[in-house]
Each structure stands twice: as C-alpha cells, then as structure tokens.
Write a new protein. Structure first.
Length: 131
C-alpha cells in the first residue's frame, strides 16, 4: 500500500507543478469562495473553446470555458474545496483572470469534473456577464 500511496502523492505533486507553472501554460486566476468569502490567487489552466469567429475570422469569446486547478495548490492556500461530506463543493465560486488580449474576464463555476486520483479539479465556467 505504501508504494501505491507514494506514487499517487507524487502524481499529485507533479500535477500541481504542471498546473501552477506560469512559464508553461498556467496563468494566474483569482478565485473567491461563495461559502466563506475567502479570495486567493492561484495559477491554473484556462481552456477557451472558441466555437465562434467574427466576420474577420478572429475567435469570439466563447461561453465554453474550462478551468483546471490543482486541489493541492488550493489546499496550501487554505481555500475551501470540499464540504463536510468530503465532496468537492465549489459550484458558484467566482473566478477572475486576464485573457491574452488584456481583458478582465469574470466567471462563475457552473459544474465540476474532479479527477480524484491526481487532485485535478476541472470546472465548467459560465461568463458572469452572460448570467
């Protein structure tokens, strides 16, 4: 059991290192808990699914945005991830980040797709300006 647990812990640390490395793909986001009001800044992966283009062929901001966050990174910041039943409970939390064009984007967590093994938290986001 010790070897397997050691491998899982190492995988979680490796995942945290990848997701929080701003020299690679990660970018800083600000996340605010609706249950406690706690606000933290953490690096995460933001995936914009551009399903629309404007008449000049430029991608239009999509409503399909996924945030991938390391649970380990949030735990280190004492951010409340799980409820009393040990379930990921972050629906409704707010995420703010600056996109590649320098625009501030504000989102709310709509749903979660957690990967318990590697501590990876995948969230489907809704644009707050659309709500």
């Amino acid at each position: 059991g010790g070897l397997v647990m050691g491998l899982i812990e190492q995988a979680q640390k490796d995942f945290e290192a990848i997701v929080t490395n701003s020299n690679e793909f990660a970018q800083p986001i600000i996340i605010q808990s609706t249950s406690t009001g706690i606000t933290v800044e953490v690096n995460a992966l933001i995936n914009n699914v551009h399903d629309k283009i404007d008449i000049e062929g430029n991608p239009v901001h999509s409503k399909n945005v996924v945030a991938i966050i390391s649970e380990l990174a949030l735990n280190k910041l004492n951010y409340p991830v799980r409820d009393e039943n040990n379930e990921v409970d972050m629906n409704g939390d707010k995420i703010t980040y600056t996109d590649l064009n320098g625009n501030t984007r504000r989102f709310i967590i709509k749903s979660k797709l957690p990967d318990e093994v590697f501590g990876s938290l995948h969230f489907q986001l809704s644009d707050l300006s659309e709500c």
